[in-house]
Design a protein around this ligand. Structure first.
Ligand code: FES
Length: 365
């Protein structure tokens, strides 16, 4: 029986529906968060689920899942404690915070306490350098943290509490956070921060003002527009630019026909076909032309044009080299996700397959 609930499958359909039918593979990142919300990590079964519903093969899903550190490849604790040990935080005491937690919890980087509550990791810049040293718990921030403060947070978590981070709502579990990262809103009060930038963030601006330093032509009082206002202003500017455009000049006469061609000249289109562009890029000095390209000369001698050879060889190579892995289709064929989802559900129910064995890289075989 599949490890994924009907609710997760319904959410998968919702995620995929956010993207155009021929771009459904773009749903892979939120889908990986979704399967992580079910099991606490991206398991081999999770990789298979994503591959099935998106019409990808497992190697393709595995390649993405192993690239990003937010996708965990082994069971992770309820609370992922990340301590920044990068340059800014480090000089402010980040390493001391990390070392204190590691010693207290008895775990190292990417290891989980025996009670399954806490996974510790050191992180390379959590993008809050102005509040360093920082640590996050399930990606919620604790600013200006010190060793004692960090110990207090993890002890409260181990005792079943849910401390308040510096910003946002009370801490949630990693699985609950993964649902949010998959694109489903956290409805709790205060879950969405709406405050302005804090004083540490504005410190550079204040110093610049104090010392009369400014960027030429920039008015610091420029209002920050909403997206709707910005879109409207951009549309108006575009319309104004279009109206001010001069009428197009007449096209210059075409040069005489190239050697080896007897075909009449054809007016070139505004945009060339991708094949023509590829051939021209690869062999800009070629004296021959591409036969099926409007606006070019068709050779009449028996010599095969080099750019066409390159295209043919490339096509043959593509045809002879299907996607690596388990041979599942790699494209975004229209309707594939719905069909695959149904097949995955039917298959899971019929054969009761359990999670497959993971390889060293975590990609399911
Ligand atoms: S160096 Fe720690 S948040 Fe940037």
């Amino acid at each position: 029986m599949s490890v994924f609930t009907e609710e997760t499958r319904e959410r998968a359909r919702e995620i995929i529906a956010r993207y155009p039918a021929d771009r459904s593979r773009s749903a892979l990142l939120p889908l990986l968060h979704l399967v992580q919300s079910e099991e606490g990590y991206v398991s081999p079964a999770g990789v298979e689920f994503c591959a099935e519903v998106l019409g990808l093969n497992k190697a393709q899903v595995g390649a993405v899942a192993t690239f990003y550190t937010m996708y965990k490849r082994k069971p992770t604790g309820d609370y992922l404690v990340s301590v920044c040990t990068n340059t800014m935080c480090n000089v402010l005491g980040g390493q001391e915070v990390y070392d204190t937690l590691a010693e207290h919890l008895g775990v190292g980087h990417d290891e989980t306490t025996a009670d399954g509550k806490i996974t510790l990791e050191h992180a390379e810049c959590l993008a809050a350098c102005d509040y360093g040293p920082v640590m996050t718990v399930n990606y919620d921030f604790f600013d200006n943290v010190d060793p004692q403060g960090a110990l207090g947070v993890v002890e409260e978590l181990r005792a079943g509490g849910r401390p308040m981070p510096t910003r946002g709502a009370r801490l949630c579990t990693l699985k609950e956070m993964a649902v949010q990262l998959a694109g489903f809103a956290d409805e709790r009060d205060g879950a969405v921060a709406d405050g302005g930038p804090g004083e540490p963030t504005l410190r550079g601006l204040r110093l610049a003002e104090q010392h009369g330093i400014s960027v030429p032509g920039f008015d610091p009082n420029t209002p920050i527009r909403s997206k709707a206002e910005a879109d409207k202003a951009a549309a108006e500017a575009k319309a104004k630019a279009e109206a001010a455009k001069p009428a197009p000049a007449p096209e210059p006469a075409k040069p005489a026909a190239a050697t080896g061609s007897t075909a009449p000249d054809v007016k070139a289109p505004d945009s060339k076909s991708p094949q023509v562009r590829t051939a021209e890029t690869r062999q800009p000095d070629a004296g021959t032309a591409v036969a099926d390209a409007p606006g070019t000369k068709v050779p009449t001698d028996s010599t095969a044009p080099a750019p066409r050879d390159a295209q043919a060889a490339e096509s043959a190579g593509v045809a002879a080299n299907p996607p690596a892995g388990d041979g599942k289709p790699a494209g975004d064929e229209a309707g594939a996700q719905q069909r695959n989802l149904k097949e995955a559900e039917a298959g899971a129910g019929a054969n009761g397959a359990g999670p497959a064995v993971a390889s060293e890289t975590g990609v399911q075989k």
